[in-house]
Design a protein around this ligand. Structure first.
Ligand code: SAH
Length: 253
């Protein structure tokens, strides 16, 4: 960062889904130079452990969509911490620009005349796909990738179900645990095959990562097995001989 500490500046950082191995070098460097780090619950312990001890750590622990009251408190906190000229990092799980409510915070900073920069991170879907040994796009299979939320401000989110239901399509569904049965019903209603492959990956890139292979028919049961935040990769099965998991465990040992 070239700005002097006296110039209010906030750096939004995507921490990746968990492991330190999934943090970018730029993010790591910004964490070393921070005065204050304001982070979410989804930021992994390995990443938090890389923050120097003299940095003030503020946990605004909020997974997925919180209430608007919670969010406005975070917006105000960000402004209050940055205004005196502290180097503030706003650390979010995965990529800060995917279902991270970054816009509300950017707007609060704009309104207060505080500059910011954004360092994106690896999103849960990208790392989950790697962990099941699959590519999110494949020549001849899918020409698009959908990034969906199961849940939005109005409740269960509505989508282009017919498009998602087509054979070969791939969708990464965030915050889909509670709405799994709803999603299953909508997709079957729009012609999806019962045996459409599905992977549910919980606690991606953490020591307790779970990979649950399923089909659209068994999606609700698969999701019920997940012990933590989970991403649903619709249209992708875990590769039988996926080798990324043992490597990951080795890196964390
Ligand atoms: N900004 C985050 C997404 C935040 S929304 C990102 O880019 O990954 C919260 C949802 O993200 C969770 O409900 C879950 O679906 C997914 N998610 C985030 N971190 C995860 C992790 N480590 N393992 C599995 N799913 C995760």
């Amino acid at each position: 960062m070239t700005n002097a500490p006296s110039t209010p500046l906030v750096t939004f950082i995507g921490a990746g889904p968990g492991a330190a191995a999934h943090l970018t070098l730029g993010a790591y460097q910004a964490l070393q130079q921070a005065d204050v780090v304001i982070h979410d619950r989804l930021v992994g312990a390995e990443v938090l452990a890389l923050i120097p001890e003299n940095v003030t750590l503020i946990d605004v622990g909020k997974e997925g969509f919180g209430t608007s009251t919670d969010q406005s408190k975070i917006d105000a906190l960000l402004v209050a911490q940055a205004l005196p000229g502290r180097r503030v990092v706003r650390l979010k799980g995965g990529d800060c620009g995917i279902f991270g409510r970054m816009d509300e915070e950017m707007e609060a900073l704009d309104a207060a005349g505080i500059a910011f920069t954004i360092l994106p991170g690896l999103t849960a879907a990208t790392v989950a796909a790697a962990e099941i040994g699959q590519s999110l796009t494949r020549r001849g299979r899918n020409t698009a990738l959908r990034i969906l939320t199961g849940y939005d401000v109005a409740g269960y989110a509505d989508h282009d179900w017919a498009g998602i239901a087509r054979s070969g399509e791939v969708s990464a569904i965030y915050m889909g645990k509670k709405s799994a049965r709803f999603i299953q019903g909508r997709l079957l209603m729009h012609g999806a095959a019962h045996d459409t492959p599905v992977s549910v990956v919980a606690n991606v890139s953490r020591p307790d990562q779970q990979i649950i292979g399923a089909t659209l028919a068994t999606l609700p049961q698969a999701v019920a097995e997940a012990n933590g935040p989970a991403i649903i990769l619709l249209g992708l099965a875990p590769r039988a001989a996926a080798n990324s998991l043992p490597q990951l465990q080795e890196a964390q040992a």
